[in-house]
Design a protein around this ligand. Structure first.
Ligand code: GLP
Length: 235
């Protein structure tokens, strides 16, 4: 059973940040997997504000990127590493956390995926993930199963369109994602879901059958799944 927390939209980021701050204080959030996209943006703004105000510190954490495009130049605004740096990492006070991007610029995609999987295999305290409108988690697109490994994937049209929406200078066709199997090994999984446009897929993920049609449905297998939904997504 997922632990479903429903917050008003205005309180959502603060509530997730409160719980993260508690985990950080208890030293059980040293290694975090982090997603990009629109959903976590207010959470990252909240974390940055608290970190610069001194009420929360990520200084001793290791931040592991959830997924990345293949084929976009370094610094492309749509790149997941560029987004996470711009919204979070580069805005934190020093000393900054260790940021583990996916090494797509220096290694072939397959070798980069294997290297990143090894990084994650060292341990994940909390895997924070978003939810795609088609039920994807990271780039575990429909067709992915609970045993899907970290790998190079072909992107769906929806994910390619999302990249273009984030201002990509090219049109990526592939990505690298931590696999569902790796994410399910985290001590906790936090599924971040906001907005009325996610209501239907959230209901399918939580109440429908476990199926590759909706890869997020497999997250329910995790004994410590916390779903952070705002009131619009939880309808
Ligand atoms: C993208 C990202 C994921 C993200 C998901 C949801 O494909 N690669 O990491 O979780 O889409 O994005 P959004 O929060 O913008 O809806």
């Amino acid at each position: 059973m997922a632990d479903l927390r429903v917050l008003s939209t205005s309180e959502w980021a603060g509530a997730v940040a409160d719980e993260l701050a508690a985990r950080l204080a208890a030293r059980v959030a040293g290694r975090l997997v982090l997603p990009t996209g629109d959903t976590p943006a207010p959470l990252y703004a909240e974390i940055v504000a608290r970190a610069n105000g001194g009420s929360l510190s990520l200084a001793e954490t290791e931040l592991i990127l959830l997924d990345e495009y293949v084929g976009l130049e370094p610094g492309d605004p749509a790149r997941c590493d560029a987004q996470l740096r711009a919204e979070l990492v580069d805005r934190l006070p020093t000393p900054r956390p260790r940021f583990r991007a996916i090494p797509v610029d220096t290694l072939t995609p397959e070798v980069a995926a294997a290297a990143h999987d090894a990084t994650a295999a060292a341990g994940i305290d909390i895997a924070l993930v978003g939810l795609g409108r088609n039920g994807h988690v990271g780039f575990n697109e429909p067709g992915s199963t609970a045993d899907s490994p970290t790998r190079v994937v072909e992107l769906t049209d929806e994910s390619i369109a999302a990249a273009v929406g984030y201002g990509a200078h090219g049109r990526p066709t592939h990505g690298i994602t931590l696999g569902l199997s790796r994410l399910l090994q985290a001590s906790e999984i936090w599924l971040l879901v906001t907005g009325a446009h996610k209501a239907e897929v959230l209901r399918t993920a939580l109440e429908g059958p476990e199926t590759p049609v909706c890869p997020a449905s497999y997250l329910r297998r995790h004994p410590r799944l916390v779903v952070w939904a705002d009131e619009l997504a939880a309808l």
